[in-house]
Design a protein around this ligand. Structure first.
Ligand SMILES: *Cc1c(COP(=O)(O)O)cnc(C)c1O
Ligand SMILES: [Zn+2]
Length: 406
């Protein structure tokens, strides 16, 4: 039993039946929304029902597409903490800067939210074989959840994907392939192999449930803020599921009457200038983004030159009064180190672009120094050895130590 009423194409509005396996809209090849009977939810699901439930994403079960909780595939997706980073804030002339630290989730990134949901649904449908293209962390997460569920996993990644992502997929027993192209090239392989190999395509937004998993970021955040949302959310954007999912969460909570105020956060979609299709489309006032040529960034999770849900990201950003903006690629290591050295948080290169965006948007006045600003740290810095050029002094133990140099 769940509260899903149907699925609906985000582009052309065609409806699809719930409880069936779906990928993209058959009519227009765009993503599907999972729609809920919000009136029934409002009547049957109350804030007080959350009391005493474990602090995991599954506490919001009624707002999720799961119909058989016994089929849930989980590694315990904990509610992630929100850290007030005053020392980091002071670099931007702010008193407070909130970081929701997703690096603590299974496999070290927030991809586990989406994959836990997608593979739980796949498990309900009896699917045994899953495949995805990945810029890095999605593959690692899918491989881990497939192992947990006893499913066969196929991961296709650009050959220059960070080393850790390759190793984690291999360790988790996924058939892992290094492709001499980008994530969209990998996506084409997964699509072509569907008929030949019989796997289910778990690509970002090409199945409807990863958004529902990422939606829990918005639900969780709202609960942590006692149902009053922050003024601004900065989110590093690749395929955009997280931003789209949060915006959906806020709309559903509002329809259920759970939010204390109708005021919603400005959603800031952050990218690197090395791969900025969404911010480019935003600047041009377009709803659909063009393929970003020559995409290159150490923030591998947002190296997505073309996103099938581009219009959903841009719609959410515009509706919220936010912007999409790109940070110079060369600033990424600087912001990673600024965050880690001033707060001890393991800020990933993707989230480093959010700090660049914050800097510029404060100067422009889009964000005020007194705004309640929240940044998503979507993954752990430890997964990106390639993004850090550390300078270490060497000590030769066969010689006397030169204490003046220490
Ligand atoms: C995938 C990823 C992103 C981008 O997430 P989307 O929801 O696809 O936009 C950001 N940060 C990290 C660490 C990621 O792995
Ligand atoms: Zn459609």
């Amino acid at each position: 039993m769940n509260f899903v009423s149907h699925l609906e194409c985000a582009n052309c509005g065609v409806r699809y039946e719930a409880g069936k396996i779906h990928n993209l809209c058959a009519a227009c090849n765009r993503p599907l929304w999972v729609k809920y009977d919000l009136a029934a939810l409002k009547k049957n699901f109350k804030k007080k029902d959350l009391m005493g439930r474990p602090p995991t994403i599954w506490r919001y079960l009624e707002m999720l597409p799961i119909s058989n909780p016994e089929k849930i595939v989980s590694l315990t997706e904990t509610i992630t903490p929100i850290l007030d980073c005053k020392r980091l804030a002071s670099h931007f002339g702010m008193e407070s800067l909130l970081v929701k630290d997703e690096s603590r989730l299974p496999t070290g990134s927030f991809k586990s939210r989406g994959m836990a949901m997608a593979l739980s649904m796949a498990n309900e449908f009896g699917i045994k074989k899953v495949a995805c293209p990945t810029a890095g962390n999605a593959g690692g997460a899918m491989a881990a959840y497939a192992a947990r569920a006893g499913m066969e996993a196929y991961v296709f990644m650009p050959e220059d994907t960070p080393m850790i992502n390759k190793k984690e997929c291999y360790l988790a027993g996924a058939k892992t392939f290094a492709v001499n192209g980008l994530i969209n090239d990998c996506g084409r392989i997964v699509g072509e192999g569907k008929k030949i190999k019989g796997w289910f395509d778990v690509s970002t937004l090409k199945e409807p449930y990863r958004i529902e998993g990422k939606k829990t970021m918005g639900l969780e955040l709202a609960e942590q803020f006692d149902w009053e949302l922050p003024d601004v959310i900065l989110y590093p954007t690749g395929g955009g599921t997280g931003l789209i999912g949060m915006w959906k969460a806020f709309a559903e909570l509002e329809a259920m009457g759970w939010l204390k105020s109708p005021k919603k956060p400005k959603m800031i979609s952050c990218q690197s200038e090395g791969c900025a299709p969404i911010s480019t489309a935003f600047d041009k006032g377009e709803r659909f983004a063009k393929l970003f040529e020559g995409a290159s960034t150490v923030a591998s999770g947002i190296r997505v030159p073309v996103a099938v849900g581009d219009f959903m990201i841009l719609d959410a950003v515009r509706e919220s009064g936010g912007v999409a903006i790109a940070t110079p690629e060369k600033d990424i290591p600087k912001f990673m180190r600024m965050a880690s050295s001033s707060e001890g948080i393991a800020l990933c290169p993707e989230t480093a672009v959010c700090l660049g965006a914050l800097d510029v948007l404060l100067q422009r006045g889009t964000i005020k120094k007194t705004d309640r600003v929240l940044i998503f740290n979507t993954g752990a810095a430890q997964k990106y050895p390639e993004a850090v050029q550390e300078k270490l002094q060497r000590i030769d133990i066969t010689k006397p130590i030169d204490w003046d140099k220490i």
